[in-house]
Design a protein around this ligand. Sequence first.
Ligand SMILES: [Ca+2]
Ligand SMILES: [Ca+2]
Ligand SMILES: [Ca+2]
Ligand SMILES: [Ca+2]
Length: 521
Amino acid sequence: MKTMKGRIGIVLFALLLTLPMMAFGADDGASSYHVSRVLVKFKQVPSQDEVRSFALSHRLRFERAIPEIDVFCFHISRGERVAKAVRRLARDGRVEFAEPDYIRFATYTPNDPMFSSQWDMTRIGLPTYWDLELGDPSVVVAVLDTGIDLDHPDLINQLWVNSDETPGDNDDDDGNGYNDDYNGYDFAGDGWFPSEGAEDPIPDDTYVGHGTHVSGTIAAEQDNEIGISGEAPGVKLMAVRVLGGKLGAGFSSDIAEGITYATDNGASVINMSLGGTAKSLTEYNALKYAWDNNVFIAAAAGNSGDSGNPIEYPAAYVFSMSVGAIDSAGNIATFSSHNEFLEVAAPGVNILSTVPGGLYEGGWSGTSMATPHVAGLAALLYSTYTGIENWQVRSILQKGIIDRGAAGWDEYFGYGRVDCPQILATTLPSDNVLDILTPPNGIKFRTESLAAFLWNPVAGAASYRITATLPTGGTYVIDTNVPYYTVHPSQKMPAGTYSVTVQARNASGGVIASDTVSFRR
Ligand SMILES: [Ca+2]
Ligand SMILES: [Ca+2]
Ligand SMILES: [Ca+2]
Ligand SMILES: [Ca+2]
């Protein structure tokens, strides 16, 4: 744990050096077709019965037809690969052609002159998403960091504005408890931000640009003929300064208050490119408040993957999506912390973005740089689907990936690296089924980590029952009315394998949905 002048170990996850990368083989880039869908045209237009028997004989599920051209769209069975299914279908005498449902990539390129150097945006397929959605100005991303250069020409039009507040009069005009919180608030407390527009008064502060760099990745202005483009250039950035000083460090109390401030003032997404090894129940409770209020939280896994690899918080709290860093070849960065809480990987090596003074800098590396790529995608999802809930955003981001490393979830890439075509191919999850969002099945919780469960709220559920079969024999039953559960740090858990079933129950105690997960301790 790093300490500094009595501040606790919350440090920024930026590395300003390029580190050697761990090789995991090549990344094929964005996938080029829907992972479970095929398109079929028959030699003769079939009847409904013929379509049904064709689907049955090939274990397909009919989705829809395009009658004008007599093309039929089917879902293949679980576990089968599209390429194999297409080869098999093409051999069927009834079939004129069978092919994958290809994803067409946008030809759209923003006019921001540095866009060609933004490998991160093209690698994860942002131009594909931009054809559909650039972000809605009602969606606010709170950047809990060192502050934002409010005058940066690529950010000045991107800032959240508290229109009920008058800046610069040292008065709390809107009565929300914070003076002059016009674009956000300075919880780190130098008093220079945001009213003065300066980010940090300490001129030799190495991390002065950290929050500005993170913010540019999320939402730098697009098509303004300057600099770069952010991922979600249509959304707004809330500057919540919780870190300061020469090390870019801050207190849990300021971070917790920043989280509740962002939640109360309309943020849909919180980006936390920061962390430390101590568990803070204050931070935990602030994040619980944010999660209960439909806020999605992205947090950096940490940069200690090659130096002890400790579990770091807030990424490892159940409410945060923990993000690891990949390089431009799609390999995991050696510095990227890896553990049972990692959920996805995103670009975080040699990232170009905005820095204070109206400038830009490439070469920034860290899980700090990966996290805003996930926050930006979450902001696009909130913009795409009116009324989407945070658990749906989390679920789509877990599924909207290219699997990397060991097959399925692994502790380096989590579910995989985020990918826009895959996100767009993922349907909105239903609240009629119960889906345990974390932990991944079969993982091992380290002795020191907070074993926790998060599932989706189920429609019509009055309560949830968690039944755990214990390695010592017997079962342990917990009833709760919230869709998550964290084992308290003081609670002893014997080593061994646990099987946990979560049931959603209606008001009369009937089970309406359930899911089971196993893990080891
Ligand atoms: Ca105020
Ligand atoms: Ca004021
Ligand atoms: Ca720009
Ligand atoms: Ca994997």
